[in-house]
Design a protein around this ligand. Sequence first.
Ligand code: SF4
Length: 374
Amino acid sequence: MLGLYVHVPFCSAICNYCNFNRGLFDADVKARYVDALISEIGHQKSEISPSADTIFFGGGTPSLLEPDEIARIIAACESAFDLAADREVTLEANPESVTEARLAAYRRAGVNRLSVGVQSFREDELRRLSRLHSADRARAAFGEARAAGFDNISLDLMMWLPSQQISEWLESIDAAIALGPEHLSLYMLEVYPNAPLKDDMARAQWSQAPDDDVAAMYMAAMARLEAAGLVQYEISNVARPGRQSRHNLKYWTDGEWLGFGCGAHSTRAGVRWKNVSSTAEYIEQAQRGGALATDVRHLTPDEQLGDALFTGLRLVDGIDGNAIQTRYGVDVWRRFGPDLEPFLEAGCLRRDGHRLSLTRQGMLLAHEVMAVFV
Ligand code: SF4
């Protein structure tokens, strides 16, 4: 079944490290953007509605949309797609933008999973990242989400922050575990060349920990999370049993998805495309009924195979060679074995019957291993 991604490009302030497609919140622009989204989704209507079972509101800060706007977008999806009764509907939320009443209204609108952008439970780190919320606000938001009835909550944390020590990173991990979320995503901070954070770091003489420490942070975090019942299922993601992100799994299991909104990506039937990135251009094109997709690419069978292997290896379960053989007619080991062998010998890869997966050690070198497939 399809996954539906809805991009919301508005934020209350721009974080100093951010490289996403987003801009400052403006109520008028937001109202027109929601109309544009509904119009784009409406154009998907056809005689036979395609089946979909996940909706993911990502951003930006989707929790800046009003609950009734979220409800209208979900209704548009319901009318254009055959949405599964047990659909997963995720909303990314920042702690400072929610209250219990607002969260309860999102729930009534049809959202059943929250992904909360916490990033750190340490005040100094949150300030360094120019985040708008405090650690206490993040804890309070989690409690409000529970009180509003959310029983499927994911938290985002970031590691390798400027000046962050291993013990400080583990403080955030412990604080997250103490809240008892169903899911956790751990991201490594990437400092982009033009990020204001880069200048902040130079001025304050903050640096990121050496590679050995990052590896120790990752290993220790995964061990603690696993001990707390949060099982790793992807390089950066852990979950309680049955609480993996069904939407994100589509990206890693060779699935298909449609993206709505500015800059949203789609992959379907061997074709990949991206919508226009600019919010203003997106709204204008949607109003005129113009083409929103740019960069339309028909993937060759080899590109599709490469993508399936590249993304599949992110999963702890790795790649199922039999499934690849059936779908692409390729014996993975015969085609890539000589290039993969050194990683197997180095303990980065595991070969178990027809399955090929990264070891946890190998996950730290994932990009080097994955480069074999592209
Ligand atoms: S809230 Fe997220 S999307 Fe918005 S500026 Fe900060 S990091 Fe970027």
